[in-house]
Design a binder for this molecule. Structure first.
Ligand code: ADP
Ligand code: MG
Length: 683
């Protein structure tokens, strides 16, 4: 059987390998190693250089070494738990081999008296003599173990020896894949072929050579393939023909003129981009990205108005009901009463829900707000023309693709995210979409002043908020969930509520994941009406809600949050034109790293910059809660150290798109890297 030019070998089941039975395969699968290709990225952490075999007198204690000795005497004690010993020597000294739990016959067989044997293992020194306990490699033929030997981080139940054997086997049988990159790209990596690169990657002496051409080539393959999949999805969506919408500019400008503010330059620019998409005959699949408080909602609602005026329905989906309700109220306020707007809440009466469902199917409703519930199967729109998804950075590319299929061909899609991401990650995370970015914040907006305080100084904080409340301002007090895995764990919020309520009687409200919906609405309504001055809550207030009168946010246990999340939380205040304050509370004095992180927040209100820094400090897997999105974590590529490769890959993708190059030659690459099977229906 030849694997020579076939990538299928790499995608085959692990049991295809010699020495890998179902048991070992299952152990590997638990480590998300599902096929032979996955095993290629199981890289050695270090290696033992057995090629340099020492004399006994030169052995270094505590290290793995190889030495050629001659056994001259056995000691097999008849007492349980005492080890078997073999006394050995060379011309420079003595060494004992110690065997626990071993059979006499076995020891005699591998270390026969008087024969020259090469052994390998960790050297210790005991009772004036060198020792090797349970020597690993024992051979009469010293050349066999005088090789360099990789050490892998072990998966339970799989020894290093097994890893070495299977990886060796794979490398030996590696198919010769046809080159997919252009000459120009390949030159940047010293023309290292894929096959060569893999070979180099696994050589013991190449461990950690992140800057080498072979390493970079493979990292580039990984980045490029991911971008390519995104690009293909985008192209595919762009091929969908739809009925063009006609923008009623008069109606649009009429609404804009009635707003309490002028749109910012970026709001106007993004609205133009969206309108252009709506008017075109290809389906829109666009992300409106802008920092917290940059004013995305109004842009989306104006787009919604344009779609409704074009005789289509619009659905707006939010992650929480509170946010849906707030958008709903805003729409009610700014849209003409001739536009029928509804909120589909999970807590609505059965009769009301039924009516909404009915009116969506006969197009009596023009605009509907709700959580993911608005996409239940039983809900059918008569003529859906736009889906708006707010605050959905946690959607992965798979979910987005499903979404774009929803609503049918005539339905445009607009996603919104307040989560700025580092520049190098744009294609990684949002490469399947077109981007509209709001950078500039509304004019009168002031930066949120940020402080840190030890928990023990709560009295100072209380004095401060008393003062703010006297000025007529309102305060958010955020308590983290004690146990992230249990979303219902909100005891810290309850405790804090009780504590604050004693100090500020009848002025404090409490909100957490278990608060009943009706109560939640009542509480938020009262907070908006300034009936309450302080709102204690868990992080459920994190996304999107707008309280212009609140200008102080206290965040307890701030070290529990990432920088970007803190920035998001902080964005709950400072939306009006007042000076706002964010106080980050800490349990104990801060580590150097924590101080660094804090300073970034104190010194910047720019979400894009904060996300860059967050990534530098914490690595990219951790930033922004993208973990939940099923976002691919790269095997080799690193967005910080390989930022040049990310940019190169983006350039190359753009070139391919521009020149409409056939991507057939990348089929192998995509098949190998795309675990999500997204491309199956594309290539
Ligand atoms: P986000 O982008 O975080 O979703 P919002 O759309 O909720 O931000 O807007 C935040 C606040 O800014 C709202 O109170 C909104 O009315 C206000 N706002 C939006 N655009 C402007 C503007 N151009 N000038 C002043 N205030 C604005
Ligand atoms: Mg928002």
């Amino acid at each position: 059987m030849s694997n020579k030019n076939n990538y299928n070998y790499l995608l085959s089941d692990l049991t295809k390998l010699k020495g890998v039975g179902p048991k070992t395969a299952n152990l590997l699968k638990k480590k998300r190693i599902n096929n032979i290709f996955d095993l290629l990225w199981k890289l050695p952490k270090s290696y033992t250089d057995r090629s340099a075999s020492s004399k006994i007198k030169d052995l270094r204690i505590g290290e793995n070494q190889t030495v050629t000795i001659v056994p001259y005497k056995y000691n097999f004690p008849r007492i349980r738990n005492l080890p078997n010993k073999v006394f050995c020597k060379d011309e420079t000294g003595n060494l004992d081999c110690i065997f626990f739990n071993s059979y006499e016959g076995y020891v005699k067989k591998i270390l026969p008296i008087g024969k020259e044997i090469t052994i390998s293992g960790k050297v210790s020194y005991f009772g004036n003599k060198y020792q090797i306990t349970n020597p690993k490699y024992i051979s009469e033929d010293s050349t066999i173990i005088k090789t360099k030997h990789n050490q892998y981080s072990l998966t339970e139940g799989i020894t290093e020896k097994i890893y070495n054997n299977i990886i060796k086997q794979i490398i030996k049988d590696l198919p010769n894949l046809k080159e997919w990159h252009s000459k120009k790209i390949l030159e940047k990596f010293d023309n290292v072929s894929w096959n060569e690169a893999i070979n180099e990657l696994h050589k013991p002496e190449n461990i950690g050579k992140f800057k080498s051409s072979f390493y970079k080539r493979l990292a580039f393959d990984e980045i490029f393939s991911s971008f390519l999949v995104h690009s293909e999805i985008r192209k595919k969506i762009k091929k969908i023909k739809k009925i063009e919408k006609t923008i009623n500019l008069k109606e649009q400008n009429n609404l804009i003129s009635k707003l309490e503010f002028d749109l910012t330059k970026d709001q106007k620019k993004t609205l133009l981009e969206i309108n252009k998409d709506l008017e075109s005959s290809t389906k829109m699949f666009r992300l409106l990205q802008g920092d917290v408080g940059s004013g995305k909602t109004i842009v989306a609602l104006i787009a919604a108005l344009n779609v409704i005026n074009s005789d289509f329905q619009v659905a707006v989906m939010t992650p929480t009901e509170i946010l849906a309700r707030q958008h709903f109220s805003l729409a009610k306020k700014i849209f003409k009463s001739s536009i029928n707007i509804k909120l589909l809440s999970s807590k609505s009466e059965y009769k009301e829900k039924k009516e909404i469902i009915n009116d969506l199917s006969n197009k009596k409703i023009n605009l509907v707000f709700g959580t993911h519930a608005i996409f239940q199967n039983k809900i059918k729109f008569k003529k859906l023309g736009l889906i708006i998804i707010d605050e959905q950075h946690k959607f992965g590319v798979n979910q987005r693709k499903k979404l774009s299929d929803k609503g049918g061909d005539n339905c445009d899609i607009l996603l919104m995210s307040a989560t700025p991401i580092p520049r190098t990650l744009t294609m990684t995370i949002y490469g399947d979409m077109d981007l509209s970015i709001i950078k500039e914040k509304p004019k009168l907006r002031k930066n949120v002043t940020t402080y840190s305080k030890l928990e023990t100084k709560i009295d100072e904080i209380l004095r401060f908020i008393k003062k703010e409340i006297n000025f007529g301002n309102q305060v958010f007090w955020v308590c983290p969930l004690i146990d992230e895995s249990k979303k219902i764990d909100h005891s810290s919020a309850i405790k804090k509520f009780e504590y604050l309520n004693k100090i500020f009687p009848n002025q404090v409200a409490l909100l957490h994941g278990k608060t009943e919906q009706d109560e939640k609405e009542t509480i938020l309504g009262k907070f908006l009406n300034k009936r309450y001055k302080i709102l204690v809550s868990t992080t459920i207030i994190e996304v999107g809600i707008d309280f212009p009168n609140a200008n102080v946010i206290i965040i307890e246990n701030a070290n529990k949050f990432g920088l970007s999340q803190l920035h998001q939380l902080r964005g709950r205040v400072g939306r009006g034109n007042k000076q706002s304050t964010c106080i980050l509370m800490f349990k104990s004095s801060l580590t150097e790293n924590a101080k660094k992180r804090l300073n970034i927040l104190k010194n910047s209100n720019d979400g894009f910059k904060i996300s860059e820094e967050d990534m530098k400090l914490r690595g990219f897997g951790d930033i922004l809660g993208f973990k939940q999105s099923g976002l691919k974590t790269f095997k080799l590529a690193d967005p910080i150290h390989n930022s040049d490769l990310f940019i190169l890959a983006e350039k190359e993708i753009k070139r391919i798109e521009k020149e409409d190059e056939n991507i057939g030659k990348f089929k192998t690459l995509m098949k190998l890297y795309d675990q999500a099977d997204i491309i199956n229906d594309i290539v």
